[in-house]
Ligand binder design. Structure first.
Ligand code: ATP
Ligand code: MG
Length: 691
């Protein structure tokens, strides 16, 4: 078991009977400790299903399961490896009844929440609603509800006051719809454990050891949940292992707090703290740049990372005329490294940036050069309109009281039920405090609505009931495939896509997405795939209805990732925990990274903290690189509708690179030009040969 672990890692892996914190810098093998500790626990007799390993994303969970499988084989499928949110879903599905939640509750995604907030606050202004969404989410992550938030509002802070009022209505609606939002997936399980001792005991007994990766990015509610899960305060020997790095805390803006690191030794006096100092990921030069950048930040504890990999290639700093030019330079670098480096596969490259929209120019340049890529951390497959339509149907099958899903499903495709009818149905449901689906079968509905409208609604209701009945009894991949195909035919979904899309090409692409999605669902029903991290943790045959219940969770947090041989484009935030041989950080200017500091006013303490978080983000970016790192900045960039002159980020200077390494290699450009020339010559020769 000790193979491939250094002495400190072994110490962490072998410490089984008490709370343990591994606090260490990037690339020092923290995640590796977790995977090996899963194996060690099983070896020591802990049942796989009593081990829970909590990761930050579904993708990380899938990867960890893969690694665990490599170490322990089949037993890996029984280990609970998922995100905090997915664990929350599991707890609520099993025991949410104690909170008045039925097992088939719906999970609203961010768009649903926004629409609901607009409705509750009586506004059509998306910016206002988004601000409420933000504030309410932050409150929920701090454990506040509408009343306690209102009580905390300072006099004169009307924005907070109105957010608190909207929150009250919003919560009432969620209860009526038997729905929860993303934050509730942590807050409600916490409430469950706090207020229901029998449920608390059940979960404490069920889990023998809890492991948490990326601990520095947990928020206050997640920490409280963790504490109760591991038996705090009654069990001083609480069995958990948290691993993290204070220098990589980059979700402060979403409520994550380093206080969780500070509190751990206080709440658990017997906490064993282990530090790791050897970095196994990056060359000495890359590590030096990383250490220099993070240097000015205040430290929770001193650490010195070192690498045995030697200095390696110098870090390049590249200046470009503008953003288009910068994208071309990225392409040139990829082409040149593919010709000259030991790591030549497309998947060996990642281009990282601060904000989602920065991928666009890169995508254009990569496409032009015929370099395959994927955008990770951006708009996910599940955010596409056609997929959301289908998800609405599934949510409705699982929970008929989910009014937002009801409204989306009944109009996708349109089935001759007009806006007025739906409005009347909504009013009727509101009057009797029932869901729209329930209202649809109410004996007094025919008196309230025209006959034609009622007939249409009844037909929809009957179809839905029949569909639910069939979804419940359809299990296995083949049957699921047939079920889904029939359903799409019943509702004329293909025709709907073609009718609503002017371009046939786009309609065809959307239809392909639909088919891909159905395939994806069918595979889950067949149990052949056990990587639906977070949701299906066991490889069992499931019914369409079971998969449907969790589809909303996937739609909000999952990215479909395959191990394709393509270049990765990713935001810095989404790159956490990952590594690539070649990394390029782009758009590293004042204003982008650190983000928007030039617009910041007053409040110097707040500004300082923001810059510290941005510095950690830069540190995360640099430390993703294994063999080569290039940092580039365009001299001009688009800001809103204007083109503005920029200056290089202060972090470039802080990397304190040796002057010799700063200069860009002119040969790179020449090589790329040559490669392009050769490609063009080959293409023209080929076309001549054809004629
Ligand atoms: N003892 C070891 N021997 C050889 N390779 C190791 C060892 N420990 C870790 N590694 C390798 O080093 C790399 C970084 O490890 P890992 O991802 O676990 O680090 P981390 O501390 O979790 O990093 P991050 O802070 O970025 O999440 C991985 O490729 C891992 O396989
Ligand atoms: Mg890690």
């Amino acid at each position: 078991m000790s193979a491939g672990l250094n002495v400190s890692q072994q110490e962490a892996v072998n410490y089984l009977h008490g709370p343990c914190l591994v606090l260490a810098g990037a690339g020092s093998g923290k995640t590796r400790v977790i995977t090996h500790k899963i194996a060690r626990l099983i070896q020591a007799g802990c049942e796989p299903k009593r081990i829970a390993a909590i990761t930050f994303t579904n993708k990380a969970a899938a990867e960890m399961r893969e690694r665990a499988k490599g170490l322990i084989g089949k037993a890996a499928k029984d280990v609970i490896i998922c995100t905090f949110h997915a664990l929350g879903v599991r707890m609520l599905r099993e025991d949410g009844a104690a909170l008045g939640l039925k097992a088939q509750f719906s999970i609203l995604d961010s768009d649903d929440v926004l629409a609901l907030l607009k409705d509750c606050g009586g506004t059509t202004d998306a910016a206002v609603a988004r601000q409420w969404q933000w504030t309410i989410s932050l409150w929920k992550n701090q454990g506040l509800n509408a009343d306690t938030a209102l009580a905390q509002c300072t006099v004169g802070n009307d924005e907070h006051r109105s957010a608190a009022m909207v929150m009250k209505l919003y919560q009432e609606r969620l209860t009526a719809y038997q729905s929860v939002d993303f934050d509730d997936l942590i807050g409600l399980p916490l409430k469950l454990l706090q207020n229901h001792p029998e449920v608390r005991e059940k979960w404490q007994k069920a889990l023998g050891h809890v492991l948490v990766d990326e601990y520095q990015d947990t928020n206050a509610t997640q920490y409280e949940l963790l504490k109760l899960l591991v038996g705090w305060p009654d069990r001083p020997d609480a069995r958990f292992t948290a691993v993290g790095d204070d220098d990589q805390s980059i979700y402060g803006w979403r409520g994550a707090t380093l206080d969780n690191l500070r509190k751990l030794p206080v709440d658990f006096p017997s906490l064993k703290v282990i530090k790791l100092e050897q970095n196994y990921r990056s060359t000495g030069t890359i590590l030096e740049a990383a250490n220099n950048v993070i240097g000015p930040n205040p430290k929770l504890f001193p650490k010195k990372l070192w690498s045995a990999l030697g200095d390696g290639e110098p870090v390049r700093v590249v200046d470009a005329d503008n953003e288009e030019h910068e994208a071309e330079r990225v392409v040139a670098r990829i082409q040149s490294l593919r010709a000259n480096s030991a790591h030549k596969e497309f998947k060996d490259f990642a281009v990282l940036y601060r904000a989602n929209h920065q991928s666009r120019l890169l995508e254009t340049a990569l496409r032009r050069a015929q370099i395959p890529y994927k955008v990770s951390g951006g708009t996910s497959f599940f955010d596409r309109a056609e997929i959301k339509d289908l998800c609405a149907w599934f949510r409705l099958l699982a929970n008929q009281d989910d009014d937002p899903a009801f409204l989306r499903a009944i109009t996708s495709p349109k089935r001759g039920i007009g806006h007025t009818t739906l409005q009347q149905l909504g009013e009727f449901a509101g009057k009797y405090k029932i869901s729209m689906f329930e209202a649809l079968f109410s004996a007094s509905l025919p008196a309230a609505l025209p006959k034609r409208a009622v007939d249409g609604l009844h037909e929809f209701g009957r179809y839905l009931n029949d569909l639910e009945f069939r979804a419940k009894s359809t299990t296995g991949a083949e049957a699921a495939k047939e079920f889904l195909a029939n359903w799409l035919k019943d509702i004329h979904f293909e025709k709907y896509l073609y009718d609503s899309e002017e371009s046939e090409k786009i309609a065809a692409a959307r239809w392909t997405n639909v088919l891909e999605f159905c395939d994806w669902m069918a595979q889950r029903c067949g149990g052949t795939i056990d990587d639906t991290a977070g949701v299906t943790t066991q490889s069992e045959i499931r019914s369409v209805l079971e998969i449907a219940q969790n589809v909303a969770l996937l739609s909000t947090i999952s990215e479909r990732e395959q191990d394709q041989n393509v270049v990765t484009l990713s935001t810095l935030h989404a790159s956490k925990g990952l590594e690539w041989p070649h990394v390029m950080l782009v758009g590293v200017t004042e204003g982008m990274l650190p983000f928007r500091v030039e617009d910041a006013e007053g409040d110097s303490e707040g500004l300082l903290q923001r810059i510290q978080e941005e510095r950690r983000l830069m540190y995360v970016g640099i430390t993703r690189a294994q063999r080569s790192l290039a940092v580039s900045w365009p001299k001009k960039r688009k800001k809103g509708r204007d083109i503005v002159a920029t200056s290089p980020s202060r972090f470039i200077k802080e990397m304190a690179l040796d002057k010799a390494t700063v200069k860009e290699d002119p040969r790179e450009k020449l090589k790329a030009l040559r490669a392009e020339f050769a490609k063009k010559a080959a293409a023209s020769a080929a076309s001549k040969a054809q004629h």
